[in-house]
Design a protein around this ligand. Structure first.
Ligand code: PXP
Length: 256
């Protein structure tokens, strides 16, 4: 599999729905945000339909499937209910994430290694339906190997621990996390997996991940929606895109 110079940006619009749901009603509209994100250079839109529907709703997924010009990356837990919804819509990509009701966000990666059989059976119908299946996991060789064995095409590496360590100024821990993300991106790529990454990325933390040559896509949401309050959604996305491209051009220079 060739290493690509083009790093895709998937914009996660969940938290546009969070703001809407704080009051009920229809505004702000996640589809409108998604279309602005497209105009600002997003290569795809990510939306997580959680079991408790705390942000994205079933109607949002209908609207995104009907109205988007770029691919939808549909994030979901490995449940029967979500499987039915995914098979009804057949989005471009399905990213399987762990989900606990009480958590504030997706806290860790999926446990694939200990649930290999169940996960292999779970993703088979999605692959048959033509969806690219991505598995959201920690930078852990056992999880990566299991993801490859069950036939996932893509893994998304959880960048949360790296971003948390940076935000909390634990720089030694941050650098350890970054090193592990670097090594595991290369390892996953060597096993034939396409590598994506995301969770908690900001303007400050995106560059060091964007330089990894094996990473093809970053999925970023919460920070961008927050920045949009201050400068607007399109400028926030454009700025992120610029930082990603600048970091990537460094990769190209060093790889000749
Ligand atoms: N990737 C995955 C698999 C996620 O679950 C999330 C959060 O929903 C993100 C990326 C985006 O994370 P953030 O909103 O912190 O940028």
């Amino acid at each position: 599999m060739p290493i690509s110079d083009r790093l895709r940006l998937g914009v996660n619009i969940d938290h546009v729905a969070t703001v809407r749901n704080a009051r009920g009603g229809d505004t702000p509209d996640p589809l409108r945000a998604a279309k602005l994100a497209e105009e600002a250079g997003a290569d795809g839109i990510t939306a997580h339909l959680r079991e408790d529907r705390r942000h994205i709703s079933d109607r949002d997924i209908d609207a995104l499937m009907a109205g988007l010009g770029v691919p939808l990356n549909f994030e979901m837990a490995a449940t029967d209910e979500m499987m039915q919804i995914a098979l009804r819509h057949k989005p471009h990509a399905v990213c399987i994430v762990p989900e606990k009701r009480e958590e504030r966000t997706t806290e860790g990666g999926l446990e694939v290694a200990r649930e290999e059989n169940r996960m292999a059976h779970f993703i088979a119908p999605l692959r048959e339906a033509g969806c690219r299946v991505s598995i959201f996991i920690a930078a852990d060789p056992a999880q990566i190997e299991a993801a490859a064995r069950i036939g996932a095409e893509v893994i998304e590496l959880h960048t949360g621990a790296y971003c948390d360590a940076h935000a909390e100024e634990r720089y030694v821990a941050r650098d350890v996390e970054l090193q592990s993300l670097r090594e595991m991106s290369a390892y996953a790529h060597s096993l034939g997996l396409e590598v994506h990454a995301g969770h908690g990325l900001t303007y400050d933390t995106v560059g060091p991940v964007a330089v990894f040559p094996e990473v093809r896509e970053l999925n970023i949401g919460h920070f961008l929606i927050g920045e949009a309050i201050f400068c607007g959604l399109k400028p926030a996305i454009a700025q992120m895109r610029e930082l990603m491209d600048a970091a990537r051009s460094e990769t190209l220079k060093t790889s000749g």
